[in-house]
Design a protein around this ligand. Structure first.
Ligand SMILES: Cc1cc2nc3c(=O)[nH]c(=O)nc-3n(C[C@H](O)[C@H](O)[C@H](O)COP(=O)(O)OP(=O)(O)OC[C@H]3O[C@@H](n4cnc5c(N)ncnc54)[C@H](O)[C@@H]3O)c2cc1C
Length: 329
């Protein structure tokens, strides 16, 4: 067999573009130029945090290549690759996305890290404050960034305190952080073991970790932590990972994630029935369905709070549809 034939056969076997096959037909390691350009570059988050890419494996092409092993080879034009990735995302196929891996170095305040580490599908190594001195940096909140407790959402925040009050709080924070560091360092100087000396350091103290995860699990993390329900601090990290890193690394998969996971709208069976009734001009039927399924009910103080109904009302608002149980018609 001639080298051109071998090349053609290797290309077909790889189910992918020229980028991955050499003249001799050997499949090469995938490289993503746009991500290589920012490899090791820290993307700043909060006042002293960052995320940076240490290494990666795979690309949009690897997702396509993996999927074609199971679906058989098709043509390999770019728009067809895009179509395949979007199909996989839309229909919640997962293993092709698991073929891509990302290794990050992150610097995060401990309170934020505590939320981050709940995601069990990554491989993690964290800076040890038993072995080394704790990082001498704590996240500070500027006067204009003290958020108020949200009214409707016990887990959320809304608006900010006025600058005067914020200034007092930032001053008190700085004092506390400085004092706790002094106490920590005094303990070390007195010969206390690092593992014990650290116990009163605040949760605002920065920690660092290597965090490696595949693209499927990363999308799950991003879907939860870029969401407006997530705390602002972890949301800042998640948005940076998504917008600065994943968008460069796997742009087609990123776009599909935004279209079919992140900005998608899920409609339950009840919600579909309500929507069908409303769009066919039958608000009474919509109220009947919502009542029958427990979304609308009344107590001594009127309409009872119901989280599922509030979420439905938000969706109706997006479509400029009325909420008949709230509005006279
Ligand atoms: C807005 C928000 C509020 C939150 N509030 C709280 C709170 O008040 N209290 C609290 O404790 N936590 C809270 N969490 C954390 C949350 O409950 C999850 O623990 C966290 O988001 C990790 O996500 P996950 O459970 O999907 O799992 P991940 O660890 O990210 O895993 C991804 C997926 O893998 C699968 N998986 C992984 N490991 C296992 C396993 N061992 N067994 C079975 N399936 C597995 C599951 O399908 C899982 O969804 C909150 C999270 C968010 C985003």
């Amino acid at each position: 067999m001639g080298s051109a034939q071998k090349h053609a056969r290797a290309k077909a076997a790889s189910g992918n573009s020229d980028v991955m096959t050499t003249e001799s037909g050997r499949i090469e390691r995938v490289q993503v130029k746009a991500l290589d350009e920012v490899l090791g570059v820290p993307f700043k988050v909060l006042d002293d945090g960052f995320v940076r890419v240490i290494d990666y494996m795979g690309s949009d092409e690897s997702i396509v290549q993996a999927a074609r092993v199971s679906y058989g080879r098709g043509t390999k034009r770019v728009h067809e690759d895009r179509g395949l990735i979007r199909y996989l995302m839309r229909h919640r196929h997962t293993t092709p996305f698991e073929m891509c891996e990302l290794k990050l170095h992150v610097r995060v305040p401990m309170d934020c890290w505590r939320q981050w580490i709940r995601h069990r599908t990554a491989s993690v190594n964290e800076y040890s404050t038993r072995y080394s001195e704790a990082i001498d940096a704590a996240q500070a909140t500027p006067p204009g960034e003290w958020r108020q407790q949200a009214d409707g959402n016990r887990q959320g925040s809304q608006g900010t305190l006025d600058l005067d009050r914020g200034g007092q709080l930032s001053g008190a924070e700085a004092e506390l952080q400085e004092k706790s560091r002094q106490v920590y360092e005094a303990r070390l100087q007195a010969g206390v073991a690092r593992e014990q000396a650290r116990k009163d350091l605040p949760l605002s103290t920065y920690t660092e970790a290597y965090w490696k995860i595949n693209l499927h699990n990363l999308f799950h993390f991003l879907a939860l932590r870029m969401d407006t329900h997530a705390q602002l601090e972890i949301r800042s990290y998640a948005s940076t990972i998504g917008e600065q890193i994943v968008s460069r690394w796997c742009p087609i998969a990123w776009e599909a994630f935004l279209d079919y996971r992140f900005h998608t709208l899920q409609l339950s069976r009840i919600e579909q029935a309500v929507l069908q009734a409303l769009t066919s001009g039958n608000p009474d039927e919509a109220t009947r369905v919502a009542t029958e399924r427990g979304l609308v009910s009344y107590g001594p103080e009127g309409l009872k709070r119901n989280r599922e109904r509030s979420e439905l009302e938000e969706k109706l608002k997006q479509f400029n549809l009325p909420t008949p149980w709230l509005e006279p018609h």
